[in-house]
Design a protein around this ligand. Structure first.
Ligand code: AKB
Length: 318
């Protein structure tokens, strides 16, 4: 990777991936873009930026030509619960934007990373230690777009030699930009509530296990995978990656070690609960470990300590 274009730079992943890549590859070599423009703060001040609506192929192609891009990160997405409220929007962004990126990647010979998700699995998938290669019959539009994305990305690799690679992200926990519209968002929002001294209404019931990951590991994964020797990759779209699996009571108990008076109640959200019930409890990520050295650093305890320290500082500045 030498000249990188990030599509959807203002989102949860993009807002942290952009500065992370700028540190590694140089500020001028990482172009941040989003459909809402101008970008704010460090995203626009820290390096080049432009407006891209990825559902418009010309926007993507113009930026790739103008900035002489060799790698595209397509982070445009409508998360699971929000996509259920507007399935056509979920499809147009999830698949339409990806198809545009694939065609541009084919024409201009760039590599392409588009995240997949635990949402690419469904109720018929083995729940525990979900294998890398297994049944994928998701029941959400988000999941349908993710499986479509995995298949079409593999097709472009096999048919046209486009260097497509991806990971199936678990719920990502971060402290810079809130996710919004996802099923796993509660695991971010709970920290904000605890640090603000507020009670938290948890949308998922006790016992709902899901894979989760702290943002620093999610960022490392992208760079490790995109820098991996292609000769070692037996899979491409997309690798299971995992670092921790927990249910609401476990994150609550961990936060209570820092805030003993913190209160979490259940405030069930039917849509999110149904989605979460259709997703795996924990994935087997041995293919990622073997093929490109995936090795996450954070667990629930170390993530909680870090999240609380960062949010305390961030929220006290306001
Ligand atoms: C969501 O909850 O929709 C996302 C995901 C797991 O892909 N965070």
């Amino acid at each position: 990777m030498k000249r990188i274009l990030i599509i959807g730079a203002s989102g949860q992943i993009g807002s942290e991936l952009t500065p992370y890549l700028r540190k590694i590859y140089g500020s001028d070599n990482v172009i941040a873009s989003d459909c809402s423009f101008p970008l704010k703060g460090a995203l626009s001040e820290g390096g080049p930026s432009c407006k891209i609506d990825a559902t418009n192929a010309r926007d993507v192609a113009d930026a790739v030509k103008k900035y002489d891009i060799d790698t595209i990160f397509n982070l445009a997405a409508i998360l699971s619960a929000k996509a259920e409220a507007n399935p056509m929007l979920g499809w147009n962004i999830g698949v339409g934007a990806l198809l545009n990126c694939l065609e541009v990647a084919r024409e201009y010979k760039t590599a392409l990373f588009t995240p997949s998700s635990i949402g690419a699995f469904g109720p018929e998938t083995p729940r525990l230690n979900t294998p890398q290669d297994t049944i994928q019959r998701p029941k959400t539009i988000y999941g349908v777009t993710k499986v479509t994305g995995e298949l079409i990305s593999d097709y472009y690799f096999q048919r046209f030699g486009v260097d497509t690679r991806s990971v199936r992200y678990p719920g990502i926990i971060s402290n810079v930009t809130l996710p919004g519209g996802g099923t796993t968002d509660y695991a971010v929002e709970i920290y904000y509530a605890a640090v603000k001294g507020e009670a938290f209404g948890c949308p998922l019931k006790a016992g709902t296990f899901l894979d989760m990951m702290y943002m620093p590991d999610a960022l490392d994964a992208v760079v490790q995978l995109m820098e991996a020797d292609p000769a070692k990759l037996k899979h491409r779209n997309a690798f299971n990656i995992a670092s921790m699996s927990f249910e609401p009571e476990m994150i609550y108990a961990e936060i209570k070690k820092h805030y003993p008076d913190f209160v979490m109640e259940y405030k069930k959200d039917e849509v999110r609960q149904q989605i979460a019930d259709s997703w795996p409890d924990s994935m087997d990520d041995s293919a990622a470990r073997e093929e490109w050295g995936w090795n996450p650093k954070y667990n629930l305890e170390s993530m909680t300590t870090d999240m609380i320290a960062v949010l305390k500082e961030k929220l006290s500045e306001k």
